[in-house]
Every structure is written in C-alpha cells, then in structure tokens.
Design a protein around this ligand. Sequence first.
Ligand code: CA
Length: 223
Amino acid sequence: MRILLVEDDTLLGDALHAGLRQAGHAVDWVRDGVSAETALIAEDYAAMVLDLGLPRLGGLDVLRHLRQKQKTLPVLILTARDTVDDRIRGLDAGADDYLIKPFDLGELNARLRALLRRAGGQPAPVLAAAGITLDPATRHVEYEGNEIELSAKEYDLLHVLMQQAGRALSRAQLEQHLYAWGDEIGSNTVEVYIHHLRRKLGADAIRTMRGIGYVVPKTAGTP
Ligand code: CA
C-alpha cells in the first residue's frame, strides 16, 4: 500500500521508512508539514503516518486541513510520551490512532494493518474473494486451499485488488498504490504482474474490464 510518512527526525524517519518498506508498503517520506500537504494533493495514499512536531506547518494543522477537505484517509499520529494534550488534540482533529515515541515497528505495522482494514470496509483480518485468501499480517496467499508463492510486487498488487474486490482499478490507480517517488516503473509492469498472478491463481482470478482496468470478483465465477 502507498503510505505517506511525515517525520522531520532523520534517524527516526530512516527507521520508519525502512520498516514500512520492509512490511511491503510503497513509502513517500517528507519532513515538513507543507511538503506533506503538497504530497497529499499530488498522490493517492492508503494511509498517513504523521509526526505532530514538524517544521513549516505542524502536524495538527496538516490533519485539520485534511479533514476540512472531507478526506477520510486513515491517519496515525506519532507523539512524545509526556504530551497527553497533543494526543487528545490529535484525535479530536481527526487522527484515527496514535503511537507514543519510542514505539515498536511491529506495533506500528499492526496498527496500520488495522487502519487499512477498516478503511477498506474489511472487518476480517484475512481477505477472501474469488477463492483466494490473503493474510496481510503474514503475507500468506492461498487459492482454493493451496498456498501460493508470490513475489513482493505480485503480492502488493493482489492485496490492492482484494481490498477492493468487485471494483475495477485502472493501471494508473494500481501504479499509484504500488510505487513511491523514485521507484522505477516499467511501461508494462502492471500487465506483467497481472500475467504472473493469473498463471499462479488461474486465469479467472483477475478479470480485465475492457477500457476500465482489472478486478478480482467478489465470488468466483461472477464479474
Ligand atoms: Ca518532530
């Protein structure tokens, strides 16, 4: 999933960037509030990890502006231990969750999974559609009960399609989810991954909607 990371501390930002990427996310990292707002306008993120103490424009203002625009993007704020008022203000300004520094990367990723699940309208931890099950916590995929080995990008692509099962996503929308700034995108990469996924999951697992994009049907055999 495409994540916006907003953190001005270089050491912490580096660790977060690496940890989120290792969890399979495409991560854009900015270090101040103004750059965060620019990124939010330019890109379509699945979630934002937001530090509150930021140069140029504070995290609370970024959050308030986002919610004023009626954007429902899940936001997890990062706060210092002794600032309970910040956490209350952050939650009241529209944050969905918070973590107190220092925190464990495993917990951050678990909380993000929970936020992404709720945002996708998927209350169950394991996604299921069209005979496929996908577990974001373990990145295990099964098709009709058999475990399927996928590359990191194949998994990410399937995850996005499964999270929005029944809805067609265009190549451009899929690229938005899969690639961060600076990532190389080949001209036909999405098509190649779709081809690989069909080879592994069966030709009907992912349908092509002509002129629209790709869809994982909610149940096997229906569009
Ligand atoms: Ca800070």
